[in-house]
Design a protein around this ligand. Structure first.
Ligand code: NAG
Ligand code: NAG
Ligand code: NAG
Ligand code: NAG
Ligand code: NAG
Ligand code: NAG
Ligand code: NAG
Ligand code: NAG
Ligand code: NAG
Length: 355
């Protein structure tokens, strides 16, 4: 009885999955999207790929993390038996040439990932007509200013421009991207074929962070490491109440670290380093109890390390090196998670906590 019930369940699961596969297999890409896909890949220098009406779900798996990765994902429920490409990933293929404006011939596209290629030029303004939610262009050779028309890409929730060669100011129009959750930009490194990092150019983003960025209330992740911004770390960071990760490592921004940072209670990762200021006190982080990484290196912080730091129960990495911190280190540290601790270049006494 027990066995037959189990068997019956198995059979019904199997037949259900057959049905689903059949329906998906029957649904095909319309010819104009097939043509667009072939045109786009050809424009980016791809040879020997030939997409067809059955290319939905095409997936080139990677064995090692450094292998190329291809994933063409479709939505086959938008209209009757027709599929539409909603997500396109062509990662680590050494693709060259410019980003193809022809992408707009995939009108249902929501997500594009062309990371780790050699694509140059800039982001085509034509793409504004798509309802893109996610753009990942990490590690390419894009250059010039970050275009102001990116502010028209209002569906964006994810924008990663890290490891490119953008320069100039951050356009204030980016403040219109109110759905944005992740914004990453870092500009001076380039990844070569062997995936080792090397410094190529010192083209960097400059100017201050436009106050319009304060409107990005859905941000969870903001990283502007290794840039040449000037001006102070803005007070408006306190608007980013959903923020989990804030990284301003050698961003060029000056101190002080605004006291409004205390309000970012959901932060798990806070990294601010190389802040130009003669003296500032330790920011009040007492309500940010979920911190896992805290880096406040080379910020000219003075005074003592607040005792609540040693009570943060999720803290794994603590780097407060190269400040002017003084006082005695606690004999016993209660946090069990702490695995890395850097306090060099201070005026502290006592022993490094035994972690
Ligand atoms: C391909 O991409 C889609 C959409 O992002 C994703 O849901 C799916 O898991 C990916 N397929 C594989 C095998 O990684
Ligand atoms: C989808 O099917 C419905 C009902 O059969 C029909 O009215 C509609 O025109 C079809 N849509 C397309 C785009 O073929
Ligand atoms: C992009 O790269 C291609 C081929 O490598 C080159 O012909 C083209 O001039 C480059 N465009 C820009 C804007 O750098
Ligand atoms: C961006 O949107 C504004 C206002 O809707 C419009 O005037 C402008 O032409 C758009 N820019 C681009 C490049 O699409
Ligand atoms: C934030 O995201 C939600 C949905 O995730 C959206 O409804 C809202 O309009 C977004 N923007 C702002 C400014 O809250
Ligand atoms: C900040 O950078 C901008 C753009 O390079 C420049 O015009 C401005 O004078 C700089 N401001 C300060 C205070 O250095
Ligand atoms: C921490 O939270 C408490 C309770 O909500 C509040 O009274 C206090 O002002 C907060 N401290 C800081 C530094 O934000
Ligand atoms: C730090 O700030 C001072 C005064 O604003 C300026 O003269 C100096 O060049 C800055 N140093 C760095 C490394 O930015
Ligand atoms: C830190 O403060 C000292 C003076 O106490 C000053 O000479 C030094 O330039 C400051 N460092 C930075 C990075 O601002």
């Amino acid at each position: 009885m027990f066995f037959s019930l189990k068997y019956a369940l198995l059979v019904s699961v199997l037949s259900l999955s057959c049905l689903v596969t059949e329906r998906l297999a029957a649904a095909e890409l319309p010819q104009d999207e097939v043509d667009a896909l072939n045109l786009i890949s050809k424009k980016m220098g791809v040879n020997g790929w030939n997409f067809n009406a059955g290319s939905c779900g095409d997936y080139l798996p990677r064995v090692r993390p450094t292998d190329p990765e291809r994933n063409i994902s479709c939505n086959c429920r938008i209209e009757n038996s027709t599929c539409h490409i909603v997500s396109l990933k062509l990662k680590r293929f050494s693709l060259a040439g410019e980003l193809p404006p022809e992408l707009i011939q995939l009108p249902y596209l929501e997500s594009i990932d062309l990371s780790y290629n050699y694509l140059n030029g800039s982001i085509p303004s034509e793409w504004a007509s798509l309802k893109l939610k996610s753009i990942a262009l990490l590690a390419n050779r894009l250059s010039g200013n970050i275009p102001s028309y990116l502010g028209n890409f209002t569906s964006l929730t994810y924008l990663d421009l890290e490891l490119n060669q953008f320069s100039g100011l951050i356009p204030h129009e980016l403040g219109k991207l109110v759905n944005l959750k992740t914004f990453v930009t870092l500009v001076f490194l380039e990844i070569d074929v062997n995936l080792s990092c090397r410094i190529l150019s010192s083209n960097k983003l400059v100017g201050d962070l436009p106050m319009e960025l304060g409107e990005l209330k859905n941000l969870t992740d903001f990283r502007i490491n290794d840039n040449n911004f000037n001006g102070s770390i803005p007070d408006f960071v306190e608007n980013w109440k959903q923020l989990k990760r804030l990284e301003m490592v050698a961003s060029g921004l000056e101190g002080p670290i605004p006291s409004s940072i205390s309000a970012l209670e959901t932060l798990t990762d806070l990294r601010i380093t190389d802040v130009n200021i003669t003296d500032q006190s330790f920011p009040d982080l007492s309500n940010i109890t979920g911190l896992s990484r805290l880096l406040l290196r080379d910020c000219n912080l003075s005074g003592e390390i607040p005792s609540y730091i040693w009570e943060m129960s999720k803290l794994r990495v603590l780097d407060l090196s190269f400040n002017k911190l003084q006082g005695e280190l606690p004999g016993a540290v209660t946090t069990e998670t702490l695995v890395f601790i850097f306090l060099t270049g201070n005026l502290l006494t006592g022993n490094i906590p035994d972690v």
